[in-house]
Structure formats: C-alpha cells, structure tokens
Design a protein around this ligand. Structure first.
Ligand SMILES: [Zn+2]
Length: 775
C-alpha cells in the first residue's frame, strides 16, 4: 500500500515527483559498499554455453546485477508444425545438473554481536508496549460502521464511520472517503461514540489527527465518558477529578492514553474533545482498547463469537529473533522438506532468510517449477510476514499428517518463502507496536528507500526501444523479455538498497515461474504493469499476458474471505469491489521501478501484489482470523504455478537439454526461456496455442499445444536439430572430418548464396548501365 498522504501527494504532483525520481539515481550516493552474500554454484553441464548472465554468478563480484544478458531480437525463419499435443502425463523427475541454490544457514549460530548492538541496544524503549486489553477494532473494521455515532459531523465523508485509526483520505477535497471524523460544530460538547455491543472493560484510547493533504486538524486534549444505555454517562476519572487526556501534536502520530485501573465496565464509550489545534477544527481518528466480557443476555453476542481457526500455529508478531526461532523450529520438525538460506543482508546487517520447502530441498528438479512469496518489502506492512510464518508451519504440519493437497504441492513445487524483505523497517515498526507505529514508520529501508520504487525501470528501456523502432523502422533493438538492466542502475553509487540488490540477485539465480508480493493497508490484488507509459498518474497499462495476470489476481481475490465478502466496506478511499477486488497496478497509481514489472521484464517470473488487509499491522489478536481469511488464497495461488505448458527442450541427436531456448506462444509479445537443462514453464490460460521454440545453433520448431482446465500443466517437449552451420562449427572445433550429408548440404547452401549474390550484382550492373544510357 502506498503511504496515504505521500501517495496522495505523489498522485497530485506526479510530474514534479517523477522528475525527482528519475534524477535521483545518479545524484544521490548510497555511501555504502555493495557487498552481497554470494553462495551460488552454477554447474552447467549442458551442450550450450551458459549465458553471460549466468556465467557471472560463478564469479565473486561486488554488484550482482552488474551483468545482464543482452537478449537479441527474436527472428524466426523456417518453422515446422506438428500435431496438437494434449498429453498431461508428467515426465520422470530428475535432479538437474544446475544447482540453482543458496547455501544453508545455520540458525544455531548466534546473531552477530555488532549487529545485535546496532539494532536492539540503541534505545531504552526497544520492546513494544503490551496492552492489557486488545483494540476493539476500529482500525481493523471489526467494529462496524453502525457501531460508530457522533454528536454531529461536517459531511458524509467526515462522518463517525471515518473516525478510525490510520484511515486514509481520498485525494480530492470533499471526497466521500475522507480521513477522519470531523464535528460540524466547534465546541466542547462534541463526541464520537463507540458501541462495543457487549459489556467491556475499557482500558484506553489511541488518538490520531486527520489524514488530509488540504487541512491540518487534530485534538490537543479530550475527556472520556462511559455508559450502559447512552442515557446516563459516567466520566473517566483521575482520582477525584474528571480526567483530561493529552491528545495529539501532529496529524499522524498515534497517541495512547490509558485509563485508571478502576476503569468502568460499560457498553458505550465517548471521546469528547476539549481543545484542538488553533488553526484547525475538531477532527480525529481513534482506536479503543478494551476487554469484552461475556454477556449471555446480549442480543449481539452471536456476532461477537471469535472467528478463530482450528490450526495450531504460532499466532503472534515475530521480530527478527523470534522469526529465526520459529524458522528453526520448522526445519527441526520437517528436516526432509525444508532448507533455510539467506539471500543477503539488510543495511543494518540483518539477514534476509528464506524458507525453502520441497521434497528435495536445496535442489532444482528437472521440470519442477519454482515459486516464491515475498513479504515485508514495506517493513510496517506486517501481516504478510506473519502469514508466511504461519504458512511454513502449516505446510510442515499438514505434510506430516499426510494431507494430500499439501503433499502434492510439496512434491511438485519448489517453494521459497521470504517473510521479511525489509527487516530494518520491520524492527522500527515492531518496537512501536502494532497500534502505535502509525501509517508510515518502517515502510522504508533504513536509508529511506521505498523498495517498490527501487528496481530498475525496464519498462522505460522497453518502451524507448519500441519508440526507436517506430521512428527508424529498425526492429533489431526490439526485445520483449529478459530485458537487460541499464548501466546507470548497476553503478557503484546508484541509489539502490542492499535489500533490492539481494532480491535481484535471488531472482537471477533461481528460475522462478510465479510469485506474489505481500503488502498491506488495502484489500486488492494488483497485476502489472505498475507503471504508466506516459507518466499519467494512473492509466490501465496491461502486459501482453494480461488475461493470465487477471486470472492470477482473481484466484487470490475471490478466495480471500474478506475481499470476497460483498458486504464489506472500503478500507480507505477507493472502492475496489467495483472491480472485483483486482486492478491493473498502473491503473491504481503509477509506480516506477516496481518489483512486479522488473520480475516480468527481466526474468521468466510472473508476479502480482496482494494488499492483504485494511490494517497494515493488525494487533496480534487478529492474526488467527487473518490466517483463516488468507489460508485458501495462499494455497490456491501457489497451485497456479502448475497451469499452462511446461516441458523440456532437447537436442534431437544428443538428448541434451538446451538452455536459453526462446519459447514464443501465439501472438503474445512476451517470450520466456528455458533454464539450464532445457526445462521451461509457460503460464497460460486454457486454450490451444501455437508454440515456437528457437535456440542459437538450432532450427526453430513449432507445434500446437493445448492447455487444459485441470491443475496440471500440459507437457509440451521439443527436440531441436542443429543447423548445418552449427554442426560444422562443432566438428571443426573437434578437429573432425565432415560427414557426406553435411558436405552436400553446405555446398548447396554456398551455391544458393552465390546465385543470390550473382543475381544481385547483375541487376545492379543492369541498373547502372540503364542510368548511363539515360543520361
Ligand atoms: Zn506496501
């Protein structure tokens, strides 16, 4: 989720910001060595030379992204078409010669003392406040709109239902989705009322000012009253006097007030402002802390029953140390299917741990697709992190119990879970706690980088090439996949976070097929492109694979229990239900350098963004429900990696796999490539497709392949024959003699060439003599 105000401003001032962004790479120095953990082995034992990109992974280098392949334009000459292929039988599994792996991390080793001191021993208040009672759920929307009332309100968009902690305003003044409750009158009689719907021991209030790019409104002091019937009200006391609580000093920082221990048990609570910022008016966003008591007579009791989960998972927030413990416990419980590795370190030195789950952990198996979930790119969007920790525990438990769905998933997929892409940001937000971190604290890297704007902007490279072609009618520069990283981005002083570099290195070294990037603060699934072509603040910008991306987004959104609920209210200022909870990223708001666009344009991997919940950092008590809301979605989304086509591309004579073969499907202007042993995956919706495979030194081959509706990919293998030129090259390289058929074929080719050039010379001569005669 984009940070509310910042997002609104960036939308409004897109032109200004865009220029700041595009200039920033060269201007700002990271001031920082670019070291990476390098533990990749690539033993390509295939007939084809590894590409430059892969080759670079064997050498220790300072910047992992400094080399990228220069994919040539795809030119197809003669092709042959064979019969429609509908088989869905799977080939026997083999572990491949390519390693595609990172070294195992030993979590028995302690955390580096220097890092520990840097991250945890800086301030005295390094532990988050533990509340005696949880939030009622104004922020999480567990408290419904009708439970909120007010003495008066300015207009509908500033009604009591908007008085929720961290709610974000729309960008237009007077928007129906505005960023607070605001009273119509300016006096001390105004109140916001919350109906807890059952007897509640209220313990505190968290107050925040108004979210707005137009106004600056917040409450300085306030009183609190309680009631059981809304007729008789009791004030919160401070000894013998009516208590007056300190409110806010700005519009964004949440401020906590705790009541005395003798706090009243009541059903209703009112927040009653006494003074406010002098140039503003009475506006606030709030959360209420309270423990609800059981009340058999309450007619609403049935609504309040806990929607828990029967899964026995560790439902709490895990900071870095706790996360390590949990991941370690999972590998101890399921050593046969798990493997922990690190893809690099954060600015502060925290490792970016990945839990790999597969029946052969640590290895790529021929034909087995690689899947990844990434969470916590924005450190304060903490739900995704917990869901991935839940997911690894769940898979381990269910695998051991023999749950057929999970067993199949583990056997047929290599799953990689990165719960924390921005560990530094997370620790910042974690120390404040789920309710007091506000909307933006911990979003950025330690250096202040928003990682979702920090990937190389390959959209520009691609669109520039298309523009160039249009002007010069030169298609040689056109590429539609594996777009190389521009040089400015790989410079030592490029403003690229270590964390971003680590993820790029990871993407380049594991042949991922499908991914999702877990965020929070909204309820919607977005699919690429994330960037508009002409700098518009938002505009539908589909990829050539739009229909499959829409399918992917729909799979998640339609199975998420909150998104799919037709009665839910919008989180903040956009109503995504109108679009069935999916949207093209650029159509929401343009983002330059997003991870999804990069993934699609630089690698074979399709990536979408999931905005998991309205509340970025839900209280721990919400985690079991959030798991239940997302469990099916997380599983079914992973299963989509088995859609479409897959197969192995081999040399017809030697049966060796061909790496880097280009797979072109119908008219979809986005190709993918085979990996080290010739295996490939092409995500596609059901249908019949003409697939053409080409590889350097081979004759291209075309065949029809039909994708079925089942959760099985269609196997579509190819056997390519070497071109005569390639065969000649190889024979000569070995110092061998040419076989008869090849000699003959080469002679024919030479003759044809000779005839063609003779013809050209003759016609040129004829033209010249015509010209001479004419003058
Ligand atoms: Zn986000």
């Amino acid at each position: 989720m984009s940070e509310g105000t910042v997002m609104a401003q960036s939308l409004y001032f897109t032109f200004v910001l865009s220029c700041l962004i595009c200039g920033s790479y060269g201007l700002v120095s990271s001031g920082n060595g670019t070291t990476t953990v390098r533990s990749v082995d690539y033993n390509a034992a295939t007939a084809v030379t590894p590409t430059e990109r892969r080759d670079s992974t064997t050498k220790p280098s300072t910047t992992q992204s400094s080399k990228s392949i220069n994919a040539p334009a795809v030119r197809l000459t003669s092709t042959t078409t064979s019969k429609v292929l509908t088989t869905t039988t799977r080939p026997p599994k083999t572990t491949t010669t390519a390693n595609y792996s990172f070294n195992t991390e030993d979590l028995n080793e302690g955390i580096d003392k220097k890092v520990e001191k840097r991250v945890w021993n800086k301030e005295p208040e390094d532990e988050p406040l533990e509340f005696e009672c949880p939030p009622l759920g104004l922020e999480s929307l567990r408290v419904k709109d009708p439970q909120l009332r007010a003495s008066s309100y300015k207009r509908r968009g500033l009604g009591p239902h908007r008085g929720r902690l961290n709610i974000q305003s729309g960008i237009e003044d007077g928007d129906i989705y505005d960023g607070a409750w605001c009273a119509q009158y300016e006096d001390k009689k105004q109140w916001l009322e919350v109906d807890a719907r059952r007897p509640t021991r209220f313990t505190g209030v968290i107050l925040q000012g108004r979210s707005s790019i137009w106004s600056w409104d917040f409450i300085l002091t306030y009183k609190v009253q309680f009631s059981n019937d809304t007729l008789v009200w009791q004030p919160a006391m401070n000894g013998t006097k009516e208590a007056v609580f300190e409110g806010n000093q700005d519009t964004e920082t949440p401020v906590l007030a705790l009541f005395n221990e003798s706090a009243t048990v009541a059903r209703y609570i009112r927040i009653n402002p006494q003074s406010w910022y002098e140039n503003g008016t009475i506006c606030l966003r709030a959360e209420v802390l309270g423990c609800t008591l059981p009340d058999p007579n309450n007619i609403y009791a049935w609504q309040q029953t806990e929607q828990g989960t029967k899964d026995k998972l560790d439902f709490r927030h895990h900071n870095y140390k706790e996360m390590r413990k949990l991941m370690k416990s999972v590998t101890e419980a399921c050593p046969d299917i798990t493997h922990i590795y690190s893809i690099g370190k954060s600015h502060m030195g925290l490792k970016m741990y990945v839990m790999e789950i597969s029946d052969h952990p640590g290895k790529h198996e021929l034909g087995e697709p690689e899947f990844r979930y990434v969470a916590g790119m924005h450190g304060n969007e903490a739900l995704g992190r917990e869901l991935l920790l839940n997911l690894m525990q769940y898979i381990c438990q269910e695998y051991k119990l023999g749950n057929q769905r999970i067993v199949r998933l583990v056997k047929e997929t290599r799953i990689h879970l990165l719960p924390s892409m921005n560990p530094d940001g997370y620790e910042m937000a974690f120390k404040k706690g789920s309710e007091l971190a506000g909307w933006a604290l911990g979003r950025y890297s330690y250096q202040g980088i928003d990682m979702n704007h920090n990937f190389a902007d390959l959209n520009k490279v691609m669109w520039d090439a298309i523009e160039f072609d249009f002007q010069n009618n030169d298609k040689s520069k056109l590429i539609n996949h594996y777009i190389p990283i521009p040089e400015y981005y790989t410079a030592e002083d490029a403003f690229v976070a270590l964390e971003t570099r680590a993820v790029i290195n990871w993407m380049q070294n594991i042949p991922f097929v499908l991914s999702a990037n877990l965020h929070g603060g909204e309820l919607v699934v977005t699919y690429p492109f994330d960037r508009t072509e002409d700098w518009a603040p938002h505009d539908d910008t589909p990829t050539p694979d739009n229909s499959f991306f829409r399918w992917l987004a729909t799979v998640y959104a339609s199975t998420n229990q909150v998104m799919s609920n037709p009665d839910r209210r919008p989180c903040h200022n956009e109503n995504f239900q109108r679009y069935n909870n999916i949207i093209n990223g650029a159509n929401w708001h343009t983002v330059q350098g997003s991870m999804n666009d990069f993934s699609y344009l630089h690698t074979n991997c399709f990536d979408v963004t999931v905005e998991l919940s309205c509340d970025k950092f839900p209280h721990a008590s919400e985690l079991p429900i959030e798991w239940e809301n997302n469990k099916e979605s997380l599983l079914i989304y992973m299963e989509q990696v088995h859609r479409g086509l897959k197969g192995v591309i081999r040399d017809k004579d030697t049966e060796a796999g061909i790496a880097d073969a280009i797979i072109k499907v119908d008219d979809i202007d986005h190709h993918i490539r085979s990996v080290a042993d010739g295996d490939y995956w092409r995500l596609l919706n059901p249908g019949e497709y003409e697939v053409t495979v080409s590889a350097e030194g081979y004759n291209p081959s075309t065949r029809m392949c039909r994708v079925m509706y089942e959760h099985y990919p269609t196997i579509c293998d190819f056997r390519l024959t070497k071109t005569p030129k390639q065969r000649l090259k190889e024979i000569l390289a070995k110092g061998g003699k040419l076989p008869k058929d090849l000699q003959l074929r080469l002679r024919q080719l030479r003759l044809r060439k000779l005839r063609a050039s003779t013809k050209a010379i003759n016609s040129r001569r004829a033209a010249a003599s015509r010209k001479a005669r004419g003058s």
